[in-house]
Design a binder for this molecule. Structure first.
Ligand code: CO
Length: 292
């Protein structure tokens, strides 16, 4: 699929970079090493997104423990696997293998217990996990889950040669694999050849960021090195993102409409109030997450 909109320019006032974020090295699950790119202090700024973890290693010691059984309530997890294989099982009876270029979209809703365990003892494991908040009225919705194989992710190439994988939302007229009404998430994986430029219109009120995971990019005059998140400014009347690569590069472009609701987090539970978190812990301890 091709588009000509790109040739004429569809973004007239590119959103500048507000700041660059390096993320924090940490570990989660059973000792999986990762970089928490979107950390808790950025949850309000990047509402409706609550977390972005990046993992990428050739050393099995960094991932072999995986993420044994653990609960979630109140939001959605979106796992995008660049390289490697992870087996998912959850208390709602879902099971799937997430691998090379595939996405797993899980709505925890009122509660789920799941495990994510590597199905390999060697080789590279690389990918991302994004947490997308649910509106207060949807936090106790029925858990939902979908495995999206790599070939099922809509993809197109711009005249500049940028390959665009549309995981959520829509880009240049191509609808992504998943749509969400309230937060309207846009989740693109962009692969740039040398000298390529990519434009993406964005509603001014939507929070947006870019994470570069290969090479480097230039965004509205700011150089964005590898393994940095660039938060795009919402002020100044910008109408979208313009990304340019001098050399081969790959990056995620993520945007969404903020919920503007209170955020109360206790580990894997994200609700609106402390009282709802206490109730969540009581529900979990009394086994309500695993009941059929
Ligand atoms: Co999880």
């Amino acid at each position: 699929m091709t588009t000509t909109a790109h040739d004429t320019g569809i973004v007239s006032r590119p959103r500048p970079v507000e700041r660059l974020v390096a993320g924090q090295a940490t570990s989660d699950g059973a000792g999986v090493k990762l970089t928490r790119v979107l950390t808790q202090p950025l949850q309000r700024r990047l509402d409706p997104f609550l977390m972005l973890d990046a993992f990428g290693t050739d050393n099995p010691d960094d991932y072999i423990g995986g993420f044994p059984d653990h609960p979630h309530r109140g939001f959605e997890t979106v796992t995008y696997m660049i390289d490697g294989r992870m087996r998912h099982r959850d208390s709602a009876g879902h099971e799937g293998l997430l691998q090379n270029g595939g996405v797993q979209w899980m709505t925890a809703g009122r509660g789920i217990v799941h495990s994510e365990l590597p199905e390999q003892e060697g080789g590279r494991m690389e990918g991302f996990q994004l947490w997308l908040n649910l509106a207060a009225k949807d936090k106790m919705t029925t858990p939902w889950y979908r495995d999206i194989q790599s070939a099922e992710i809509p993809q197109f190439t711009t005249p500049d040669g940028v390959t665009v994988r549309v995981i959520a939302g829509a880009s240049h007229g191509v609808a992504g694999a998943v749509q969400r009404e309230i937060t309207e998430p846009l989740y693109l994986d962009l692969h740039f050849p040398p000298g390529a430029r990519f434009e993406q219109p964005l509603p001014a009120a939507h929070n947006a960021f870019v994470y570069v995971y290969r090479g480097s990019l230039e965004i509205a005059g700011t150089a964005v090195p590898r393994e940095r998140m660039a938060i795009l400014s919402n002020t100044g009347g910008g109408d979208g993102a313009v990304l340019h690569a001098d050399a081969p590069a790959r990056a995620l472009l993520i945007a969404g409409r903020p919920l503007k609701e209170p955020i109360a987090q206790y580990g894997p539970f994200v609700m609106n109030t402390q009282e709802e978190l206490f109730q969540t812990v009581r529900d979990f301890q009394s086994g309500r997450f695993t009941a059929a």
